[in-house]
Design a protein around this ligand. Sequence first.
Ligand SMILES: Cc1ncc(COP(=O)(O)O)c(C=O)c1O
Length: 391
Amino acid sequence: MTTQTMTISCSIAEQMERTSWIRRMFEIGIQLRKERGASNVFDFSLGNPDVEPPAAVIEALRRVVAENRPHTHGYMPNAGFPGVRAAIAGRLAERTGLPFTLDDILMTAGAAGAINTVLKAVLDPGDEVIVLNPYFPEYRFYIENHCGRVVPVETGPDFQPDIARIAAAITPRTKALILNSPNNPTGVVYSADVLRALDRIIPEPVLVISDEPYRPLTFDGLTPPETLPLLRRAVLAWSWSKAMAIPGERIGYLAIPPRLPEAAELRNACTFANRILGYINAPAIWQLVVAQAPDAAIDVAPYQARRDLLCDALTSMGYDAPRPQGTFYVFPKTPIPDDVAFIRMLQAEGILAVPGAGFGRSGYMRLSLTIPLDSIERSLPGFERAIRNCQ
Ligand SMILES: Cc1ncc(COP(=O)(O)O)c(C=O)c1O
């Protein structure tokens, strides 16, 4: 327990106490680096892209700064620059076949900003939001930010959504379901059939918040099915954080399909929520940059090479480590059911990983592929010793 003064609210103190394992690993990493030297610590814990943004993005940034158009830095409509939103809407209309216009696009501070904005707009205290277990742990805080109640629903085999379980979890208090494909932490991409089946069981007024920051990060040439045409109640929380390796710039958008019967009131509510949450509007310069190169994405080849090296090596050692279809995470089973105990064994080898318990699924661990290939190579004997110690 931390000691608490009267200043900090009980709810924040309690949330910080159970805050994500990812951050805790970060602190353990600092300690391990002091003890073992940085080159002998293999940090698979943080999902912070270690590749540089695509050249097209840096060129667009240079152009925007060089142009220095009047009013670039001022307040703007809370939803973002109209020209930027029109460009994004046009691109999204091409991709999805849905008639998006600029009115349907709200520029946000990344996916986190988009999800918080829509949750703020739809939740009354005690309303329920379904998340599919295992799930990105920040969702719990986002939902609790707006006094919602988290309802975790287990996924089925291969971590695909379990439609019957989801249907059984929907109550009159359910306001939203957060969907994330390609998925953090499992690396799974949801199939079109699963999305169609989900569409059949989502009643009004439940919204599906489709959180898709990893969409361009898929392997073996796989293209994930478009969510919006398949799920009539879906809104899109998009982010360029991972696609362009720019998570520090905080840029993304919320797209509200015009065919939603409540589209007009929802976008007004979301625009207002974006404002009063204190975002006001998404970063101005970065709106202009992404509008110039909306489809620029990092090369996934380095992540794929790391995935292949790590998954093949772990599998040959006896780990159950399926290859992810997308994202930059691998989600193997831990050789013993107590994932937290196994993570400690890995730490003794200088390896940092996040226990599955941090995502709501014990007996697994998440390894982030955001470290260089040669570090992965050098970490392998440690993984081998750790599994041998369990046998
Ligand atoms: C599944 C998922 N959703 C949302 C986010 C937040 O991303 P952003 O930087 O776009 O806010 C992340 C970041 O790691 C994530 O993994």
